[in-house]
Design a protein around this ligand. Structure first.
Ligand SMILES: [Zn+2]
Length: 309
């Protein structure tokens, strides 16, 4: 009797160890019974903050956003500055550390933030791969330019401040023609295929990677977290409405990169997280206000109310 009970129990226990995983975190695309890693549903085992109530990314439901007139255009300083960066395959993404001279202010931010690094999240061969979604739509890729408050020396210190980090997020869309401004990045991906590979970039500026300033006045804002462990809830998120164009060949190049185990680096996004009552704001409140004022004026004129009686 004892034996009959023990054998299935042992079997269950060994299956459990085999498939639940342990060790480093990974994306869902990396999880197999053979590769034991902590997929997104288990990131709270890697760091408790990943199970918090203000996590990122989220799905933005546009009809539930609130227009906020304080969300004015950003001031970008030294975004045109050309620098020689190093691009690295860090086993989860490709990352470029940037000199701390480019800053952002305005845009409803409490203070000035300086750029620290940028990295990307993508799908499989140009398929859905963004982290944030808009009304359920997942874009092929998402760029994160990570900033920290100007007076901090490193990200670790900034993450201890609930508003220490500001991330600018940009979506990509598939275009018919190549975006030549991305050549310096895309052309070196083949030389950093393996984890921990790195190489120098030809001189680039942050400005060349993002839309023009007049195309960055529409954006969404909410308070959230890093989208990889430690998942620290210290991020003021900005997601710009205007996507960056890349053609299919350019998007596909990112799927040539490899994870640590040599498998294709694809599906490098965390699933969307519960909003838990957080409000998402949208820029452009002032513009709507101005146009409704104009509308009232126009109606008044039409009714002859603006004429002196
Ligand atoms: Zn990111």
């Amino acid at each position: 009797m004892q034996q009959h009970l023990t054998v299935p129990a042992l079997l269950l226990a060994s299956l459990w160890t085999l498939c639940t995983g342990s060790g480093d975190w990974c994306y869902q695309s990396q999880f197999t019974c053979d590769h034991q890693c902590n997929a997104p549903e288990k990131w709270n085992h890697v760091n408790g903050d990943c199970g918090g109530r203000s996590q990122s990314p989220i799905n933005i439901v546009t009809r539930k956003t609130l227009k906020d007139e304080r969300l004015t255009p950003f001031q970008f300083k030294d975004y045109q500055q050309i620098f020689r960066g190093v691009i690295k395959n860090n086993g989860h993404s490709v990352k470029v550390d940037v000199p701390h001279l480019s800053t952002i202010s305005g845009g409803g931010l409490p203070t000035t933030y300086k750029a620290v690094q940028f990295h990307l999240h993508w799908g499989t061969n140009g398929g859905p791969g963004s982290e944030h979604t808009i009304d359920g739509e997942q874009y092929p890729m998402e760029l994160h330019i990570v900033h920290m408050k100007q007076h901090y020396a490193d990200l670790t210190t900034a993450l201890a401040d609930p508003e220490g980090v500001a991330v600018l997020g940009f979506f990509y869309e598939r275009s018919s023609s190549a975006n030549r401004k991305y050549d310096p990045i895309i052309n070196v991906l083949r030389s950093i295929k393996s984890t921990n590979d790195n190489t120098s970039l030809l001189p680039i500026s942050l400005a060349q990677l993002i839309p023009s300033e007049q195309n960055m006045t529409s954006y969404y804002r909410y308070k959230g977290s890093l989208t990889t462990p430690s998942c620290t809830e210290s991020v003021i998120w900005t997601l710009f409405e205007k996507p960056i164009p890349l053609n299919m060949d350019q998007l596909r190049m990112f799927s040539e990169l490899k994870f640590q185990d040599g498998k294709p680096m694809v599906g490098t996004f965390r699933p969307v997280q519960p909003l838990n009552g957080r409000q998402v704001y949208q820029s452009g409140g002032a513009v709507i206000l101005a146009s409704s004022t104009l509308l009232v004026a126009a109606i008044a004129t039409a009714l002859g109310l603006s004429q002196p009686i």
